[in-house]
Design a protein around this ligand. Structure first.
Ligand code: PEP
Ligand code: CO
Length: 456
């Protein structure tokens, strides 16, 4: 058989070299794997597996995000704090997709803007942790770093940082994404199914409000049908996947050279973000992600300075490419009105046009008296309101929300119209990581955001 040309033959060698520059830089939050030989074998296997997403899709997403940055679309990004292998089941994936579709409809109806749907799904398997180890009853073991690294069970065997899990993360992402693609292109996401998406969830006030809205949409569709409109475009919907780009041992082997453009794309997800704990300006994560073509997000916590923001723009979006850079602010309800304006103002004085979205989850963590990691729904709502206020005052566009949610009927965040209290957490708390809004709280939040968008 004739030898085929190496896929990287036409690539500028400095581009390939640059992709590995991160190894020379401090990389926060990387696991210490139990065996380097197993790691090398896992990386080699990953690098041969097919891409999960395609460069052309990534480019389309970038142009959609450019629309959002320009005030012509809104981004809805949501899913688990940490996906798990065990929960990658048809029911749970479907419930999350349905919840996101419902939220998107509420937002679209309220704002009359296209809503870009993006899951924290099909790849969100690695977590940054405050400590390398966890101690229980005098026993110290490696901290749980997400299913791509180790298991949650508190045993030495499960907490072993095992590189073979990187392959399982890939395969679980592939099957999750396969189902998402089937749901969103196979008829399930047809806008004429708005009522269907509400089925199977226990009755609650947010559901009922949703039903009312779904009836209005039905009437509008019937009206358009009578007027002879063509509904082909409603049958399918674009749905993108995203995760935190944390583990170099996963993201680097999943980075491929696009044969059309000879440029590198991370093919483990469409959109990759850098977490609050790994956004050091001279660190490995910023360097690595500056070299790929995907749209990139950066979390910004309350300690972010205006110069950090300007330098992040210089590093990650030197060409000021529309849709390239998203800032995901996660200030906390008590801080957003004070800490955010200076960041937005600093960017306003430049030629950059990043997309600003709010993560009203990660700045509002509390630990309840009975020991649960939780968040108050009122704080989440308050941060969202603060986000809209700051952008209104600055004259900039509040372009999206980033939410930890599930379609399941869990009790992890306090409050909401179901008034989840501390005792209820003991009954229905399932998250292995941060607390998520449940189905009803997610819908309630989308109604609030729709109202805020409608006011503009
Ligand atoms: C997360 O998104 O789950 C996360 C860890 O967020 P942050 O980087 O904002 O703390
Ligand atoms: Co989280």
């Amino acid at each position: 058989m004739a030898k085929t040309e190496s896929p990287n033959a036409n690539v500028d060698p400095s581009v390939l070299k640059g992709l590995d520059n991160y190894v020379n830089l401090p990389a926060a939050q990387q696991p210490t794997w139990y065996d380097s030989g197993v790691l090398e074998a896992s990386k080699a296997e990953l690098s041969k597996l097919p891409p999960l997403v395609f460069a052309g899709e990534v480019d389309t997403l970038r142009s959609r995000l450019a629309d959002a940055a320009a005030g012509k679309a809104f981004l809805l990004q949501g899913g688990d704090c940490a996906e798990t292998f065990a929960d990658a089941t048809a029911d749970r994936i479907r419930n999350r997709v349905k919840t996101l579709l419902q939220m998107a409809v509420v937002l679209m109806y309220g704002s009359s803007l296209p809503v870009i749907k993006m899951g924290r799904m099909a790849g969100q398997f690695a977590k940054p942790r405050s400590n390398n180890t966890e101690t229980r009853d005098g026993v110290e073991l490696p901290a749980y770093r997400g299913d791509a690294v180790n298991g949650y069970d508190f045993t030495a065997e499960s907490r072993l940082n095992d590189p073979r899990r990187l392959l399982q993360a890939y395969h679980t992402s592939a099957s999750t994404l396969n189902l998402i693609r089937a749901f969103t292109t196979g008829g399930f996401a047809d806008l004429r199914s708005v009522h269907e998406w509400n089925k199977g969830f226990t009755d609650n006030p947010a559901n009922i409000r949703y039903e009312t809205l779904a009836k209005e949409i039905d009437r509008a569709i019937q009206f358009m049908a009578a007027a002879g409109a063509d509904f082909e475009g409603l049958k399918t919907t674009e749905f993108y996947v995203s995760h935190e780009g944390l583990l170099f041992d996963y993201e680097r082997p999943m980075t491929r050279i696009d044969s059309r453009t000879n440029t590198p794309y991370i093919t483990s997800g469409h959109f990759i973000w850098i977490g609050e704990r790994t956004r050091q300006l001279d660190g490995a994560h910023v360097d690595f992600l500056s070299r790929v073509r995907n749209p990139i997000g950066v979390k910004l916590g309350p300690s972010t300075s205006p110069s950090d923001v300007i330098e992040l723009i210089e590093k990650l979006d030197p060409n000021r490419e529309p849709g390239r850079l998203t800032f995901i602010t996660r200030m906390g309800a008590g801080k957003i009105r004070e800490e955010m304006p200076k960041l937005v103002e600093a960017v306003k004085g430049t030629d950059a046009n990043p997309l600003w979205i709010t993560d009203p989850m990660h700045g509002n963590g509390i630990t309840t008296k009975n020991g649960y990691k939780s968040r108050r729904f009122d704080d989440v709502m308050d941060e969202v309101r603060g986000f809209f206020e700051v952008h209104k005052a600055a004259g900039t566009f509040p372009g999206g929300i980033h939410i930890e949610l599930t379609g399941d009927d869990v009790a992890e965040c306090l409050g909401g119209s179901e008034q989840i209290d501390e005792a209820t957490l003991e009954e229905r708390y399932e998250s292995l990581c941060d607390p998520r809004l449940n189905h009803m709280q997610s819908l309630e939040l989308s109604f609030l955001v729709a109202e805020e968008l409608g006011k503009r």
